[in-house]
Design a protein around this ligand. Sequence first.
Ligand SMILES: C[S@@+](CC[C@H](N)C(=O)[O-])C[C@H]1O[C@@H](n2cnc3c(N)ncnc32)[C@H](O)[C@@H]1O
Length: 203
Amino acid sequence: MARRSYRRANGLMLLEARDPRMRALKRSGHVAEIHGDRVWDSSFLLMRQLQHEPLERRARVLEIGCGWGLLGQFCAKRFGARVHGIDADPNVLPYLDLHAAVNGVRMTAERRRFEQLTTAFLSDFDVVLGADICFWDSLTRPLFNLIRRARRAGVGRILIADPGRAPFQALASRCERQLDAVSRVALEIRRPVHAAGDVLAIG
Ligand SMILES: C[S@@+](CC[C@H](N)C(=O)[O-])C[C@H]1O[C@@H](n2cnc3c(N)ncnc32)[C@H](O)[C@@H]1O
C-alpha cells in the first residue's frame, strides 16, 4: 500500500515533501531562503493558545512571516477569520496557496517585509499573529517597531510564539518595558507535535 503523503494536525492537512504537488513546486525552483521550508512548531503553540482564547468570528487576521500559512488557515477554518499573510520570501507563497487549497480555506498572501507594513496597511486588521519569526538579533528591532505601529493602527491583539530564542526574549522584554497590556505565557504541547515555548501577547 502507498505511504500517505500528508498528516493531519488540528483539523488541517499538512503535506509531506514527498507529495507530488510539493515535489513539483520544489522542482520548479520554489526553495525557501529564510527558513520557511516547513511548518514550525511555534505555529502549533499559537494554535493551542487560540483554542484557549479564541478569536472573534470573522476577525481580520494578518499572519506575519507566514511561511506556508498553516496558522492563518487554522484561524480561517476554526473561527471563520479573514486571513492575509505576508512573508519576505516569495518562494514560500506557492506552498501557502497549495495548503489553503487542500484545506479548503481562503487565505491571501503577498511578499512583504516586516519593515514595509505601514500603519495604514496594519489598520485593516484586528489581529496580528506570528510564529517563530524572531530568530535573528537583527529582527528584534523591526518587529518591535512593527508591534508599535500595529497598536497605533488600532490592532486589538498581537500574538507572537517562539521556542524561546534570545532575540525573541529581547523583543518580549522590550515590549514589557515600553508597551501596555503585555503578557508572556509559557506553553508546552504534546499534540500534534511535542513542543515548548512562549507566547507573547500584546492587547
Ligand atoms: C522560521 S520561519 C516560520 C514560518 C511560519 N511562521 C511557521 O511557523 O511555520 C520564519 C519566516 O519568517 C520569514 N521572514 C524572515 N524575515 C522576514 C522579514 N523581515 N519580513 C517578513 N518575513 C520574514 C521567513 O521568510 C520565514 O518564512
